[in-house]
Ligand binder design. Structure first.
Ligand code: TYD
Length: 147
C-alpha cells in the first residue's frame, strides 16, 4: 500500500452520463464503447448480482481506479463521500452511468430485488488500490486538501 498514491476528488466531480439508447417496440439497446465520449478507457468489467435487499456493498475508496456504475437491472443507491461532503445517486435506469472518479469513499445499498450492478473500471484489479479503512481514508483526504 502506497499512501503517496491517492487521487483526491470532490463529490462534485461525479456525474451521470446518459448512454445512447436504441429503443424499439421489441426492446432497447445501449452501447458503451471507447469512442472518446467516456472519461477513461475501460480495462475491466464486473457486475454484482444475487444481492440481498439488506446488503451493503462498497465500503471502500480507490486510490487511482475510476468507475462507471450502471443499474442494468433494478435500482440501488450509491453514496459517495470525499471526506468533506456526501452525495447520493439513485440509479434506476439502464441507460444512466454514474461516473465515479478516484479518491471517493463509496457505499452501495437499497438494492431492489433482482438488481444487477454493472461496473466498468479504468484499471485492472489490484487490492493495493483499495482503501478499506474509513479513518485512514479521512486521513488521506485531510492530507491531500492540506497541501
Ligand atoms: P469488492 O470490490 O470489495 O466488492 P464491493 O465493492 O462490491 O463490495 O470485492 C469483493 C471481493 O471480490 C474482494 O475479495 C475482491 C474480489 N474482487 C476481485 O477479485 N476482482 C475484482 O475485479 C473485484 C472488483 C473484486
Amino acid at each position: 500500500m502506497d499512501d503517496s498514491v491517492f487521487s483526491f476528488s470532490s463529490v462534485d466531480d461525479c456525474r451521470i452520463i446518459t448512454l445512447p439508447r436504441n429503443s424499439h417496440e421489441n426492446g432497447s439497446l445501449s452501447v458503451i464503447g471507447n469512442d472518446g465520449s467516456f472519461p477513461f478507457t475501460v480495462k475491466r468489467v464486473y457486475y454484482l448480482y444475487d444481492i440481498p435487499g439488506d446488503a451493503e456493498r462498497g465500503g471502500h475508496a480507490h486510490r487511482d481506479n475510476r468507475s462507471l456504475i450502471i443499474a442494468v437491472s433494478g435500482c440501488f443507491d450509491v453514496t459517495l463521500d470525499d471526506g468533506h461532503q456526501k452525495r447520493t445517486f439513485t440509479l434506476n435506469r439502464p441507460y444512466n452511468a454514474l461516473y465515479v472518479p478516484a479518491g471517493l469513499w463509496r457505499e452501495i445499498r437499497n438494492f431492489s430485488s433482482g438488481s444487477v450492478c454493472l461496473v466498468l473500471t479504468s484499471e485492472s484489479y489490484s487490492e493495493d488500490d483499495y482503501v478499506r479503512d474509513y479513518a485512514h481514508f479521512i486521513d488521506l483526504t485531510r492530507e491531500k486538501t492540506a497541501r
